[in-house]
Design a protein around this ligand. Sequence first.
Ligand SMILES: *Cc1c(COP(=O)(O)O)cnc(C)c1O
Length: 391
Amino acid sequence: MERRFRTARAMVEALTPGYPVYCLRPHVLKRTAARFLELFPGRVLYAVKCNPHPAVLKGLYDAGIRHFDTASLPEIAQVRENFPDSGAYFMHPVKSRAQIHAAAKVYGVDTFVVDHMDELTKVLEQTEGSEGVTIMVRITTPKSEGVLYHLAAKFGAEAQEAAVMLREARSRGCQVGLAFHVGSQCLAPEAYEKALEICGQILDMAGTPIQYLDVGGGFPASYLGTANMPPLEAFMDVIDKGAKKLKLRRDCVLMCEPGRAMVAEAMSLVVQVHLRKGDRLYINDGVYGSFSEMVTAGIRLPAELIRLGGQPAKDLAPFVLNGPTCDSVDVLPGHFELPSDVREGDWIEIDRLGAYSFANATRFNGFYPETLVTVEDEPIGMRDKPIASAA
Ligand SMILES: *Cc1c(COP(=O)(O)O)cnc(C)c1O
């Protein structure tokens, strides 16, 4: 059971931690999940890889999320063992035969993604005798502007192949669907519109109806520099309209798989300053830990100083944050604006670290962020509003 505090500052007062501490905000998780559940015209799956912390999955489950996008047996086991009434979907397009077999026969998974005919054959052979297998054909979509990762670079079938797979799976008695992923942190709703048009072309070619249409993840989260990001409503609107144009069967289920947008705002990290050298601060987590996406995706994060005993200076100055490992790669890109008199022993709360932080952290050099508490206040940048009730 995680310890609960009102704010990150209250946590620091109680623990004076010399180690990094994640601050999970369950009320933010709940609020975001409720928005997806309310706005998305279909089934909302959470992409477990984005943040598989047990407290995060539990928080989402408590908020009403009952479907999980999983990509490995450990993820499937985690979902099925903790939430037996929830669905795990095997959304990785390349799986070993043993994984497919165990997913179907041990964990009762009935939905599998494929993007190649040989994978379809594998899934059909390994699930033989299982009832009601659903095959989702993952398609490739054009690279769109402004996404941080292009997820169709490695996976996804071309339209013609996809149509053939849909027909084959259908003829083998499976339910079928189409799936795509426009790329992570997608700032352009039109990317979903284009992908849905491609789905329409494939459906025309295949001449067979689908039971599922999965628009993937990719919805953006608010970081520094994303003030112009379209609201979730804009994405949902485009998806709703695009799907309606496809003249799907009335019982076709629309699905989405948000990772980042579901969790990014719900977790911050409190680090401590162990040494100051001019404008360089040495802190206890870095790019091999929670901050890898500052390098791989160029995200920029808001931060605030926490000092016990005395007020920090009012004027801000730019600082470079150095991570703890013994190499010069471990430096966070860019600058953080912090009070000019930051000193050893101060703490820094760095926010928007719910997505791809804990999940990506390595144990390099013996440093690993693993402590998590829950807090009740609003994330940095949203604190002018009254504290949301956790109800
Ligand atoms: C990573 C991934 C997601 C989640 O993507 P976000 O950009 O974090 O929303 C969803 N579906 C699949 C298949 C993925 O690989």
